[in-house]
Design a protein around this ligand. Structure first.
Ligand code: AKB
Length: 321
């Protein structure tokens, strides 16, 4: 049977690029994009789109049956900074949507589930350097609590009901096509836009705050690689550590200055500093590398070159129109 995929939260930062990539692999009519509201013109015209509230199990089931979906990627979530402002809403969205999809898999409406966890599942008592796959996990944020709980639900549904659910603990994901919203690592996206538009950036984290990060292209490749891996190679059913690069605001600013020499950065840490301070600095992802062959491609230099040249090309195109 060929695969038909439903993406919940397709208009978000990762969902947008994941939808495009999956459509290029599986064909546009075999990838159903969905979100709680309509997406941009490109999203709405590029293939099937459905309005779905990811916490509504019946709505999800209706679309699964309509298109004979056999795989669901659940990308709808409230990220760390926003969930600190709306703790119960964050918990409800992140947990209810996961349990709805796991139940549908348990009832055999779908065969495979992807659900993203995050490095936020770690907390202040986890080792900060080379954070292992299995270690102390006592998160201090609502988002992190929802990720640890979600990981254990995934493992439970796999062990108890045989649900084929796969997951990655994403580091901060950096992209330029769709902006993130409500995360603590968002500064590493905003900095490129402000550098090009204003030549200056005020950072909400302090200059030496080191965090694990990854370019979007690597994150998308990892996600699809994990979903395509043989079932026997998946040894972890909570969630896999995933890593590529770790850098500080000062280091990314230095890299940007190679393209925009007059770029300046100032630091004005806010409540997100405490969130960042509770997270790992460098993650050990050797289990993902060993079990299903994960390799990253982009480092800080190649990512910065790609983002700056892409954003400059985009600006030139819109100036010509
Ligand atoms: C966030 O900052 O909340 C996210 C994450 C690390 O999961 N980017």
């Amino acid at each position: 049977m060929s695969d038909t995929i439903l993406i919940l939260g397709a208009c978000g930062q990762i969902g947008t690029e994941l939808t495009q990539k999956l459509r290029s692999i599986y064909g546009k009519d075999n990838v159903i994009a969905s979100d709680i509201r309509e997406g941009n013109a490109e999203m709405m015209s590029a293939g099937p789109f459905e309005i779905i509230d990811a916490t509504n199990q019946e709505q999800i089931l209706g679309v699964i049956q309509k298109y004979k979906v056999n795989q669901v990627y659940l990308m709808a979530a409230m990220l760390s900074a926003t969930a600190e402002k709306y703790p119960l809403k964050g918990w409800d969205l992140n947990m209810t949507s996961l349990l709805a999809v796991l139940e549908l898999a348990k009832e055999k409406h779908i065969e495979k589930v992807y659900w993203p966890s995050s490095m936020a599942a770690f907390g202040p008592t986890s080792p900060k350097m080379n954070t292992p796959q299995q270690t102390i996990m006592e998160p201090s944020t609502v988002y992190g609590i929802s990720k640890v709980a979600g990981e254990h639900w995934c493992n439970y549904y796999h062990d108890k009901y045989g649900v084929d659910v796969r997951s990655i603990r994403y580091p901060g994901i950096i992209s330029w096509k769709t902006l993130p919203g409500g995360g603590t690592t968002d500064y590493a996206v905003d900095i490129y836009f402000d550098a090009l538009e204003k030549g200056t950036f005020e950072c909400f984290l302090s200059e030496n705050t080191r965090l694990p990060m990854m370019y979007m292209d690597d994150a998308i490749n990892a996600t699809i690689q994990l979903m395509q891996a043989d079932e026997e190679s998946i040894k972890t059913r909570t969630s896999y550590n995933l890593a590529a690069i770790s850098f500080t605001p000062k280091e990314i600013a230095e890299e940007i200055k190679k393209y925009i020499p007059n770029f300046t950065i100032t630091y004005n840490p806010d409540f997100r500093q405490a969130i960042a301070d509770s997270w790992p600095q460098v993650i050990d992802d050797s289990a993902a590398r060993k079990d299903w062959g994960w390799r990253h491609q982009f480092d800080l230099a190649s990512m910065t070159k790609d983002i700056i040249t892409s954003l400059q090309a985009k600006a030139e195109e819109s100036a010509e129109v």
